[in-house]
Design a protein around this ligand. Sequence first.
Ligand code: 13P
Length: 252
Amino acid sequence: MRKNIVAGNWKMNKTLQEGIVLAKELNEMLVAEKPNCDVVICTPFIHLASVASIIDASVLGLGAENCADKVSGAYTGEVSAEMVASTGAQYVILGHSERRAYYHETVEILEEKVKLALANNLQPIFCIGEVEAERDANKQNEVVAAQLASVFSLSAEDFSKVILAYEPVWAIGTGKTATPEQAQEIHAYIRSLVADKYGAEVADNTSILYGGSCKPSNAKELFANPDVDGGLIGGAALKASDFKGIIDAFKV
Ligand code: 13P
């Protein structure tokens, strides 16, 4: 069966020192009280090696927020999937809407990044989601279907290592969360696309996370949906108690 996962995306927040404090605090909480789901924090590149050395990998996974679309070489300022993996990280967020919008990451560029992540044993957390105008025009299904092209060229074996995250752009950082019904509807549609491409078993085993203004107060009703397998958390991942509150949505 697929895993329930709560993943934090720190985005461009926290100095190295602040990040270490947050990771330690969260790690202590999870060691003291084992979570009922997988928990991952995705940090800026500069935090990875230090955070890897202080967290207990049996309760807390670690990921990057991006990686390069090239193997290595003269790409000043870039960080390769191999470098990310060498820090001890096991995950990488790819295709976040902020990277698509501000850094012009295309379906083709993201396909390269996904392949390099997998070649370096990193599990991609692959983000998809529509902007508000697309939702208003009822085009969300065709938008996510087109974005999935970056991962639908993978073999079934490779695809089965991918975690999907549906993040409606209009809900990110806005306080305007998708309703549980909206989330369930599109998550079920995304899972049906995976089933059409890779078959029912692969679809059933694919974790599909919801992201966008997810908080301790709304996590439980979002995660209660059969096709919502956890969350990708921005703002609320920056405070250990808030993030723990979301993790606790999986408490029975
Ligand atoms: P917020 O939780 O701050 O809305 O951000 C969601 C997100 O973009 C996670 O990747």
